[in-house]
Design a protein around this ligand. Structure first.
Ligand SMILES: C[S@@+](CC[C@H](N)C(=O)[O-])C[C@H]1O[C@@H](n2cnc3c(N)ncnc32)[C@H](O)[C@@H]1O
Length: 278
């Protein structure tokens, strides 16, 4: 404003990026892809690697792996370092850029490219297919679930392993609505990220409404976004039934990708299923 002095350093410009139902989870990954690996529990990746390596040794042989929603490739990279061949596909270009950066920084290479798990067709099969980190919950329509399980089946050799790692939204049932600070992160480059979750559930439709208010501050610029995604609520019994129907035999259930983490319907943060392709 004319005549008014701007105070140095403290005034911020806020850019509002979207409003209710205006943005999907893909926009959210676009906003956060560069920092995604730092936003959640740092123990997740090493635990998941030990879990998968142990599983592949017990239930193998597994040498080739397809991750149909690989994100930043964070869980896959330790498998590549261990000698597994891992191919990654994902819908989000920003997440794939982060995946390629992670591979470059580790001095490794892998076939990582754009792909939609609902329709992917590669001209080969694998010993194991992974769909981790809640990606399966994004499939709300029955046809999307069917098509994705058909993708997994098409890319698995007979007897190959399908590993699904879902958020156990059923454990939210005693408190289906909640507001909480999900993430409070400050990057060494000075960027600050805050994510507030604002959840709700429609039990009649088995849908969890995942809503995030996200703030990203760089210097005096603040980007503020509101994103909303419907997510499918799965129980172990429902998932087992669908897996059986689509040509898989469930062989193990876990409460998270951590060695020995037993599944407890009301308490486990995750619902992890391991099944064999019939
Ligand atoms: C929560 S992230 C998890 C990433 C990774 N699997 C992990 O565990 O770290 C979910 C990922 O699923 C991807 N995704 C969502 N729908 C997809 C689809 N139809 N096909 C492929 N990827 C999809 C998103 O782009 C995102 O990278």
């Amino acid at each position: 404003m004319k005549g008014r002095r701007r105070s140095s350093g403290s005034s911020s410009r806020v850019q509002f990026l979207g409003s209710e139902r205006g943005r999907s989870h893909q926009a959210w990954y676009g906003l956060l892809a560069d920092y995604y690996d730092h936003l959640y529990d740092p123990r997740r990746v090493p635990s998941a690697y030990l879990f998968l390596h142990d599983l592949f040794r017990r239930r193998g042989p597994v040498t080739s792996v397809l991750d149909i929603a690989c994100g930043t490739f964070a869980v896959d990279l330790p498998l590549v370092k261990r000698g597994y061949e891992v191919v990654g596909r994902d819908l989000s270009e920003p997440m794939l850029r982060a995946a390629r950066r992670n591979l470059r920084e580790a001095g490794r290479s892998a076939d990582v490219a754009h792909g939609d798990m609902r329709s992917l067709r590669l001209p080969r099969t694998f010993d194991a297919v992974l769909c981790l980190g809640t990606a399966f919950n994004y499939l709300v329509e029955p046809a999307e679930v069917r098509n994705t399980l058909a993708t997994a089946r098409r890319h698995l050799r007979h007897g190959g392993l399908l590993v699904l790692d879902l958020t156990n939204f059923a454990s939210f049932l005693p408190n289906p609505k909640n507001v909480r600070a999900e993430t409070d992160y400050r990057d060494p480059d000075g960027t600050q990220i805050a994510v507030y979750a604002f959840n709700d559930q429609d039990r009649a439709r088995n849908v969890h409404h995942s809503r995030f208010i996200t703030l990203v501050r760089r210097g005096n610029r603040i980007r503020l976004a509101f994103d909303e995604s419907p997510m499918r609520i799965w129980t172990k019994a429902d998932l087992a039934k669908v897996l059986e129907r689509e040509g898989f035999r469930p062989v193990e259930w876990w409460g998270r990708m951590r060695l020995g983490a037993r599944y407890a319907p009301r308490a486990s943060p995750r619902l992890v299923s391991v099944s064999r392709r019939r």
